[in-house]
Write a protein that binds this ligand. Structure first.
Ligand code: BGC
Length: 892
């Protein structure tokens, strides 16, 4: 049995409107045998589903490549669906059947293909003197013969919802998504074949302010990218008779305002149902009172296709209970800190005002608490129309980060059944699962996962609730590897890295946030808006990590200049080219060893900056090697050596003691291999001494925490790492879990031991940065890692580390090749270790402190097992190299 499944084009399942000129194909192999490798593949691309008109075929290609195969020879046409299928041969020459057929469909392919014009309401004042009100734009059109297929291509300046004949088109939210709008605006493609009918049709947009022109950022700016909401649309109809028409947005459209009088990302929505316009997106509406639209001259060359998964309604949560707070307020408790909005059903009198306020937490006394939201009011107001049948409501262009919802204005008894929490985020496929015998660790894992769900809403954000919600580069970098275990984040970050590059400064500097909207800062942010260590390094670390996680070489190629520009930027900052010792740094953000009233931990900032400089330079060198840029590889190898020596002479004494005695300084020195071989042991031992001084607690902030356990486990102190993980008092990962957290907090003590909160100024209960411990759960406890020489889990490293008083750990990661599973269980008599290695991949298993004689697989000696390449003893460990398959080891 050999099957080809899960065909993907540019990571996506049957995408519409994909404008990649040479898209890459992936598939997975399924086999019930062990050690299955692909020996050859055959791809067929056709214009029809039954492969009669073959557009291109690869022929039989001898290759074991099953991911990222670019269709280099194909000459794609716009607005065209291409079907593809694949068959393979394994290395025993067994031939598979054809896979199921998949497809992708091109969109504009080139921005010059846009025929439509941007349009906006002509006399915005006349339609309503309220800059916040959403605009409604509409147009009727006639269809006079049977339709074969129809597509809509749409975008907006602002946020849009598209409707056709009274129906919402598609299930995407927060379209067109957030990009560096001054350079890139996405459009979306929709299949509307079944929504169009013969005869009269109507199409319409609702436009909201969104990131484009709403109130956004902690500087309180509005109209950040422009001051007019606008839309662009093309409908392409192909008739049964083969003829085609294109309907475009133009100044024959009409505009008005309606019930949505305000919809803002931070502030929620104000919806007056009495102002609803019945059937506004249906034909035959009397739109006499609507005003004309006009063309907006706005560059169409900025329009690009969407590469990441859209934001969707991904989950629904029912409230756990209704609470009466000591203040007498009625509050819903969702039981989970979540991001999205509330759907509610209600009955009210005409003009009755209902309000839903959203908050993350109740205060010490159990009262509704909004202090930490700063200016973000997260308030939904609904004015009832008085429908005796009842009314239904949910917002459109605003999202809330919340667990609690305060209800006001309800006259009748409140029925919990009438409320549903709708969780929205970028709809990336789930890849990771992790469970263990410790329920607190499992809850930590769930919290990390919820941190991802709450903060991957089209861009990776620091937090989803206060007046921030920005793409902080450092946070994204720190959490990247964890996120790549949990979900397929490749398309999500492919998009975001393009924005990073778009917003990168001419001198290579990288903004604090991407897309960048910050103009000025002060106080703890140092009066600068870009280019600090560990934040700017996202430019290098994320592409490289994507390469490791997904084997994606193209991302290295595409981002190479951006990566290089960042390293060159740093090179020009210091007093010497090998040091970064000048300028503002955020430092070990929120480190616990900070001076009072500052946010940066005690670790010397030159140390942090120079350490990251060395790391990014090293990753750039590796990237140059992968891309065969030999000159650059040499340059950056030399530069990295110089940085390392400079670092050593400033921060490492002959003895191996560091001149900076913080946990974070030791963590970086170990992680980025900045000490000499013979000093490493001493550095690690000193780190442990520092941890002991804190009675086995951490003091690390954003810089040290992500790598702390990784370096401990790597350098012989796995027991200390486990001990840190198991702590339940402050400061620790589980402290917040024992305090009832359902997401990851911004501070180690967002809620203090006495129940009081960190200052309102900066206290998010849904910040993924410290969720970066997730990487250690997967990589070290479960032991699942990719390897740089065969990245993307083509060759897997499985090195489980027991400990933390755990009886068992069971984890899996759905990789580009299929599911990698690593599951261990300890009993009094033995240890069971079950793994799965997907077909066309291989693995090295390292069993620590175990001799080969202790290991059997389904009652066979290692030497006899099927699928084995080799095994050997390495010091005290057993190393087993294997082909694909399911294996069950018993270790006595
Ligand atoms: C954000 C952080 C971010 C930091 C940078 C904060 O306001 O929430 O997570 O990295 O600023 O200083």
């Amino acid at each position: 049995m050999l099957r080809v499944t899960s065909l993907r084009c540019e990571y996506l399942e049957n995408p519409l409107g994909l404008d990649v000129k040479h898209p890459r194909m992936n598939w997975k192999l399924i086999s019930d045998q062990r050690n299955v490798k692909q020996q050859a593949y055959f791809i067929e691309v056709a214009l029809d589903e039954i492969f009669q008109s073959i557009e291109w075929s690869s022929g039989k290609v001898l290759s074991d490549q099953s991911v990222h195969i670019p269709l280099n020879q194909i000459n794609l046409q716009p607005f065209t669906r291409y079907y593809y299928r694949v068959k393979v041969w394994d290395d025993s020459n067994q031939e598979s059947e054809w896979s199921n057929t998949a497809y992708w469909e091109t969109g504009m392919l080139d921005a010059s293909n846009w025929q439509a014009k941007w349009i906006c309401a002509s006399n915005q004042r006349k339609i309503k003197d309220n800059p916040e009100a959403c605009h409604y734009l509409r147009k009727e059109f006639h269809v006079n013969r049977p339709i074969k297929k129809a597509r809509a291509y749409a975008s907006a300046l602002g946020l849009y919802e598209l409707q056709l004949n009274g129906n919402r088109i598609g299930d995407f939210y927060f379209t067109p998504g957030w990009t560096s709008y001054q350079e890139r605006i996405q459009y979306q493609a929709y299949d509307i074949t079944t929504l169009i009918k013969e005869g009269r049709n109507a199409i319409g947009f609702i436009l909201g302010n969104g990131w484009y022109k709403g109130y956004f950022g902690f500087e309180g700016r509005t109209n950040i990218y422009g001051d007019k909401k606008a839309a662009i649309l093309e409908i392409h109809i192909t008739y049964e008779d083969g003829t085609k028409t294109v309907i475009t947005s133009d100044d024959s459209w009409k505009a008005t305002t309606g019930p949505i009088q305000m919809s803002e990302i931070y502030f929620g929505e104000y919806y007056d149902a009495r102002e609803e316009i019945d059937n506004w997106s249906k034909a035959a509406l009397d739109d006499k009172t609507w005003v004309p639209t006009k063309h907006l001259s706005y560059d169409k060359y900025k329009l690009i296709d969407q590469r990441n998964e859209p934001v969707r309604k991904v989950e629904y949560i029912k409230p756990k209970k209704i609470i009466q707070t000591p203040n007498g307020e009625t509050v819903l408790d969702m039981g989970q800190n979540m991001v999205g909005w509330m759907h509610c059903q209600l009955k009210g009198n005409k003009g009755q005002k209902i309000t839903l306020h959203h908050a993350e937490i109740l205060d010490k006394d159990g009262n509704f608490y909004v202090g930490n939201l700063r200016k973000a009011t997260q308030e939904i107001t609904y004015i009832c129309k008085g429908d005796p049948e009842g009314e239904m409501f949910e917002p459109r262009f605003s999202f809330q980060g919340f667990q609690y919802v305060r209800l006001t204005g309800f006259l009748n008894d409140i029925n919990i059944e009438d409320f549903t929490g709708v969780v929205l985020h970028s709809d990336m496929s789930t890849t990771g699962s992790f469970e263990s015998s410790n329920e607190l660790i499992n809850q930590l894992h769930r919290n990390i996962n919820w941190g991802l769900k709450g903060n991957f809403l089209d861009v990776p954000t620091d937090c989803p609730q206060r007046d921030e919600r920005l793409g902080w580069t450092g946070d994204a970098q720190m959490f990247f590897r964890t996120s790549a275990y949990l979900r397929n984040v490749a398309p999500f970050f492919t998009k975001w890295l393009k924005d990073l590059e778009a917003d990168q400064l001419d001198n290579g500097g990288v903004p604090y946030v991407v897309p960048n909207i910050i103009q000025k800062t002060s106080g703890n942010l140092g009066g600068v808006t870009h280019s600090v260590a560990a934040w700017g390094d996202a430019a290098v670390i994320i592409p490289w990590s994507m390469y490791l996680s997904y084997g994606d070489k193209r991302i290295l190629d595409v981002q190479y200049q951006s990566m290089k520009n960042w390293v060159e930027y740093i090179r020009n900052q210091g007093t010497k080219e090998e040091l970064w010792d000048r300028g503002f740094q955020l430092g070990d953000w929120l480190g616990l060893d900070s001076e009072p009233d500052t946010y940066s931990g005690a670790t010397d900032k030159t140390l942090i900056a120079t350490a990251y400089f060395a790391y990014s330079t090293d990753l750039l060198r590796k990237t140059a090697e992968v891309l065969n840029k030999e000159e650059d590889a040499k340059t950056y190898r030399i530069l990295r050596d110089k940085i390392k020596s400079a670092y050593q002479s400033l921060f490492i004494l002959e003895s191996g003691n560091l001149t900076v005695e913080t946990q974070t300084a030791h963590v970086l020195t170990l992680m980025f291999e900045l000490a000499s071989e013979n000093q490493m042991e001493k550095v690690a031992a000193n780190l442990v001494e520092l941890i002991k001084k804190e009675n086995y607690h951490l003091t690390t902030g954003f810089i040290g925490a992500p790598y702390l356990n990784i370096v401990l486990s790597k350098h012989g102190y796995h027991d200390v790492a486990c001990r840190l993980l198991l702590q339940t008092d402050y400061p620790s990962w589980l402290y917040q879990v024992t305090k009832g957290a359902t997401t990851v907090w911004e501070h180690w003590d967002s809620i203090k031991e006495d129940g009081s909160f960190w200052s309102d100024d900066m206290n998010s209960f849904n910040h993924y940065a410290y969720g970066s411990i997730g990487e250690w759960l997967y990589k070290v406890l479960a032991g699942i890692d990719s390897t740089a020489d065969k990245p993307g889990y083509k060759h897997i490293l499985l090195e489980p580390r027991t400990g933390a008083n755990l009886d068992w750990v069971s984890a899996s990661v759905e990789t580009m090749y299929g599911s990698v599973k690593s599951e261990w269980k300890i009993s009094e008599k033995d240890m069971q270790y079950n793994v799965n290695i997907p077909a066309n991949a291989s693995a090295t298993i390292v069993l620590r402190d175990i001799s080969p004689l202790q290991v059997t697989e389904r009652n066979k000696q290692l030497s006899d097992i099927e699928g084995l390449y080799q095994f050997y003893r390495n010091h005290t460990d057993t190393v087993i190299k294997l082909g694909s398959g399911n294996y069950s080891f018993q270790i006595i």
